[in-house]
Write a protein that binds this ligand. Structure first.
Ligand code: SF4
Length: 395
């Protein structure tokens, strides 16, 4: 009934550069995004699917451009708190479609349509909208009405992104002030095991998911609406490592959910039993032995980092659901956490950040450190970084 086959067996499919018919978003496209909004029952026209701008069939083979996916949902029992969790399902369900790849989240999506699926007849975004509505309403009966709009018009995508960024920020603000010590439960997520089969995200009030899309409140909302879903509660148990912050029951659950691959998680260390990652992280923390400090680079940073490795190379070391000491995938909001890398020295140990990331985090940097963390504007390699650190009195 669909132009392409649909099912969880297609999750994890990769589509290489020479294989895609059309690509939306990704590192070379500045404007892209997706947003789910909960509306009143009278405000959503059920099953309305719109494509604003050129559709798949109108675009030349090999096209790469902007896309915004705007989803509106309504239901008697549907709460606004669920928006972020529902939004993450876009990633899951698009990856159910044969020959369609979806990566990352929020303002940073990356979608590819395989040439073979296009040739089989998947030639309109409307078809993807139909599949999304069918999957969302079948798996989440709490959704009574749903509409989907795909926007490919560059100017419209740009405007929608500005508005969406405000919404993401509001969602992130809600969690401020809540501490790990205040709660008995953390939340886990294994939605990305299709790409990294042993990866488990542990989400605490002070550690947003590495995709940045799910905070502790979202995790709690998700487990209420779909107890059998990819997000689940983790009673935290006892704090067994005060330095690295490790809880016995968290370790137990991670062991089970990672099929024994990972038996211990430090919640706030990049060096000792670090949290694993799939590939959806917004930024990567990486250890630089020459300065005994860390670099942090965000996905949108195009050039080589201070060690000479670009984001894509560092991502190879940080991802795959394996613990790799010295590499940590993080959500950008984690930079605002009072427990940010607390086991490793926090910002006192950060030597280099990509400049856009540093600007985003500037409010949270200790004032005495703000001028002492280098960016690509200050140094180009590790030798220059070492000199920078010496001049700053940090080495
Ligand atoms: S990155 Fe983590 S929290 Fe985000 S969807 Fe994947 S598994 Fe879930």
């Amino acid at each position: 009934m669909y132009a392409a086959d649909v099912g969880p067996q297609y999750e994890g499919e990769r589509i290489r550069k020479n294989e895609f018919q059309v690509e939306f978003g990704g590192p070379d496209v500045s404007h892209k995004g997706e947003l789910v909004t909960v509306k009143g029952l009278g405000e959503v026209e059920h099953e309305k699917i719109t494509v604003s701008g050129p559709d798949l069939k109108d675009l030349p083979e090999g096209f790469s451009g902007p896309l915004f996916i705007k989803v509106e949902v309504a239901g008697e029992e549907l709460e606004k708190d669920l928006e972020a969790v529902l939004e993450r399902r876009i990633h899951q369900y698009i990856n159910y479609i044969e020959g369609v790849f979806h990566m990352a989240q929020r303002y940073d999506i990356w979608i590819r349509i395989h040439k073979n699926s296009f040739k089989k007849g998947l030639n309109s975004l409307e078809q993807i909208g139909r599949i999304l509505i069918d999957l969302f309403t079948a798996e989440l009966p709490v959704i009574e009405k749903m509409s989907v709009e795909f926007i490919t018009d560059p100017a419209k995508v740009q405007n929608l992104l500005v508005e969406a960024l405000k919404v993401y920020k509001e969602r992130d603000e809600r969690i401020k002030g809540l501490r790990e010590e205040d709660v008995d439960e953390f939340y886990g997520c294994v939605l990305c095991q299709s790409f990294a089969p042993t990866h488990v995200c542990v989400i605490t009030p002070e550690r947003v998911s590495l995709c940045g899309a799910i905070n502790w409140l979202d995790g709690r909302a998700a487990t209420k609406v779909d107890p059998e879903g990819a997000q689940f509660a983790i009673p935290k148990g006892n704090l067994i490592d005060l330095v690295n912050i490790s809880y016995d029951n968290v370790n137990q659950v991670v062991t089970e959910r990672s099929m024994g691959e990972t038996t211990r998680f430090s919640l706030h260390s990049a060096l000792s039993y670090p949290h694993t990652a799939c590939g959806c992280f917004e930024a990567i923390v990486f250890y630089i032995p020459e300065v005994d400090g860390f670099g942090i680079v965000s996905r949108d940073f195009a050039g080589p980092s201070v060690t000479g490795d670009p984001f894509s190379t560092l991502a190879g070391s940080a991802s795959g659901g394996k613990q790799n000491e010295g590499y940590l995938g993080i959500g950008i909001q984690y930079l605002t956490s009072p427990k940010f890398l607390i086991a490793d020295g926090g910002f006192n140990r950060v030597a280099w950040m990509s400049s856009a990331l540093k600007e985003a985090a500037v409010e949270n940097l200790p004032p005495e450190l703000a001028g002492k963390i280098a960016t690509e504007k200050d140094v180009q390699n590790v030798d220059e970084l070492t000199e920078f650190m010496q001049n700053a009195g940090r080495l």
